[in-house]
Write a protein that binds this ligand. Structure first.
Ligand SMILES: *Cc1c(COP(=O)(O)O)cnc(C)c1O
Length: 222
């Protein structure tokens, strides 16, 4: 399937999910996760109308960035080691994986402009998952005030690998409730309006539960 064909199908699915949940499709940003595919396929995605790209490793990101540069908005969606911050931070538009104070500190040291960051949350408490435990997120975000180059724009989570729909919904709802609480504090350094959740297998459900940014790889670009 071409990316354009996949995208047409996906836009229909998004529209339907939005209709069911009384939302406007324009609220949803599709991030095409290109970590599995070539530069050629990534360019095909841009030609199909994709404007946001996501990569989860520094090497893969830099390789694609070199030939695409600012023809797309770039999202870094993987765990970011502090020593790699300097190599990516000036090139990305959003970081989806802020998960520790040491990373915030390094961003603050290296960035020239405030960086839009999603705080990654380990909602399900699985040991294999990155992200802050739910109960630590609010105090973490309040502490981000100390770092003027870190702007908390939202929360991000990866759902556990469960097939059961209600379990997924429960995870997304917890993230959304937490987002609402943080947003309602109206912190200048943490508007926290967005929800980065939903991947190939669960983006429909994530949209019904309030996702504003979906990160889709395999079902969109391959
Ligand atoms: C790979 C990846 C995705 C996309 O996964 P698909 O299941 O291929 O859609 C989304 N988010 C993160 C953090 C990823 O690493």
């Amino acid at each position: 399937m071409t990316v354009a064909e996949n995208l047409t199908k996906m836009n229909k699915t998004i529209e339907q999910a939005c209709r069911r949940s009384d939302r406007n499709p324009e609220e949803i940003t599709i991030i095409a996760v290109t970590k599995y595919v070539s530069i050629e396929r990534t360019k095909e995605a841009l030609e199909a109308g994709i404007t946001n790209l996501g990569e989860n490793r520094k090497e893969g990101f830099l390789e694609k960035y070199e030939s695409i540069e600012d023809q797309a908005a770039w999202h870094f969606i993987g765990t970011l080691q502090s020593r790699k911050v300097k190599d990516v931070i000036h090139k990305i538009d959003q970081l989806h994986s802020l998960d520790r104070r040491s990373l915030a500190k390094e961003i603050n040291k290296r960035a020239e402009e405030p960086v839009s960051c999603f705080v990654q949350v380990n909602v399900s408490g699985e040991e294999s998952k990155h992200g802050l435990p739910l109960e630590e997120v609010e105090s973490f975000i309040e502490d981000m005030k100390a770092y003027d180059k870190v702007k908390v724009v939202g929360l991000m989570a990866m759902a556990p690998h469960i097939e059961e729909e209600e379990g997924l919904r429960a995870v997304f709802r917890k993230l959304r409730a937490l987002r609402d609480r943080v947003r309602d504090k109206q912190l200048a350094h943490a508007p926290c309006e967005w929800l980065s959740m939903g991947m190939s297998n669960d983006y429909e459900i994530a949209i019904e539960e309030g996702a504003t940014h979906i990160r889709v790889g395999s079902s969109l670009v391959g």
